[in-house]
Design a protein around this ligand. Structure first.
Ligand code: PHB
Length: 390
């Protein structure tokens, strides 16, 4: 009798274990800046990801998808690494995701490799990030990818000399190198260059140096956010525009999140970028209205980071569907390679060779549309790959 009871307990335990293995949640752990000067990045990426889950249901390939977020506070690689370790060891996540800033992605890449965990980068945009682990796939952009088109636009629009100003870290160095490469190859001249501190820069001395160099235009990359407001306003206040100098930039500058705060200083600025709230497509109209419905306050507007979070979640869902719910690193990444879909930004795909996103890059001009400033697209470079890896 005791034997039979024990045997049936054992059978029950086996059955229960098998059932729980089958139905085990798939856990996605996001490392994001949710406090500090870059908190808006985390909020936007998380909003995009959660919007996708709300629209598509939280079950994928028979498994319940659970999203866990951890705050890395911004440019703090040691914190990013510790939070990723917590996610892997305590929460036992299947997929790492998020990554607002380059130092955070660089810090976590070795953990993805060691644990063979897929790592979906949803903002950090230094070209080399995807080369740091075979388990990384990126749904945002790279700086060379969004920089080369504005250099070509400048060449085609009578700009012969440029002063470059970039944030002094990975994405800034990438933007500077690509701008120089494309612009000088087309016959343009770089008359000066400055690198500004990543945290709380005072732009006054750089603006003055740029003005004194008398270029046709200043090319700028700084991480999206309040810094851009300070730069655009300083550009006007110091009279660079009255001196006939144009301001051109990657779209990080005119991010919808800060565009209204920039006000008149932004009007007419030309940028190149992969996403605009004003992108005219049915997918984007649906995205923007769903975002605004979910977040009716005026604290944020749908922007490129929210879209990268949304698309990152799309990639996770579609990869899991293809693998029948298997999130193990090699299987998951194989499923992500070559994936194609229509994002709110336009058609995109994952380059199987680099695991980076291939997408349209648009040339846009800031204009007043109704009661808001918008990045109005007027030209595009279709299906553009990251030139930083060539
Ligand atoms: C980055 O740290 O890689 C980064 C941050 C903000 C941007 C673009 C890139 O707007």
């Amino acid at each position: 009798m005791l034997k039979t009871t024990l045997r049936s307990f054992a059978t029950l335990a086996v059955v229960a274990a098998a059932a729980s293995a089958q139905a085990a949640d798939v856990k996605v752990g996001m490392v994001l800046p949710l406090s500090g000067p870059f908190a808006a990045y985390g909020e936007q990426i998380e909003r995009g990801a959660r919007l996708y889950i709300a629209e598509h249901g939280d079950t994928v390939a028979g498994r319940k998808l659970v999203l866990i977020t951890k705050d890395d506070t911004g440019v703090a690689p040691a914190v990013s690494k510790r939070q990723a370790q917590n996610l892997l060891i305590q929460d036992k996540v299947d997929v790492l995701a998020g990554f607002g800033l380059t130092p955070s992605a660089f810090a976590v890449a070795p953990l993805a490799t060691e644990t063979r965990t897929p790592m979906v980068v949803m903002n950090a945009a230094t070209s080399a990030i995807t080369t740091k682990s075979d388990y990384i796939v990126r749904t945002s952009m790279t700086l060379p990818q969004v920089t080369a088109p504005i250099a070509t636009w400048a060449l085609n629009n009578g700009i012969k000399s440029v002063y470059t100003v970039v944030a002094d870290y990975g994405p800034g160095h990438d933007a500077e190198a690509q701008f120089k490469k494309t612009f000088t190859a087309g016959g343009g001249t770089i008359v000066g260059e400055s690198r500004t501190p990543v945290k709380t820069p005072d732009f006054a001395p750089f603006l003055q140096r740029a003005k004194d160099a008398k270029p046709d235009a200043v090319f700028l990359f700084i991480p999206a956010g309040e810094q851009g407001v300070a730069f655009a306003k300083g550009f006007k206040e110091r009279g660079l525009d009255r001196a006939g100098i144009r301001l051109i930039a990657t779209g990080d500058l005119t991010d919808e999140d800060v565009l209204d705060a920039m006000g008149d200083a932004a009007v007419g600025v030309i940028t190149s970028f992969h996403y605009s709230q004003a992108h005219d497509s049915p997918e984007n109209q649906a995205y923007v209205s769903a975002y605004l419905k979910a977040h009716p306050g005026k604290d944020h507007r749908p922007n490129f980071m929210s879209v990268a979070g949304y698309d990152g979640m799309h990639l996770i869902y579609e990869a899991l569907k293809k693998t029948g719910g298997d999130a193990s690193g090699d299987t998951f990444i194989a499923a992500a390679k070559g994936m194609r879909w229509t994002s709110p930004r336009g058609p995109v795909s994952i380059d199987p060779a680099t695991r980076d996103i291939v997408q349209n890059v648009y040339i846009r001009k800031v204009e007043r549309v109704g009661d808001q400033l918008q990045n109005v697209e007027f030209d595009k470079i279709a299906d553009f790959k990251d030139p930083g890896k060539e």
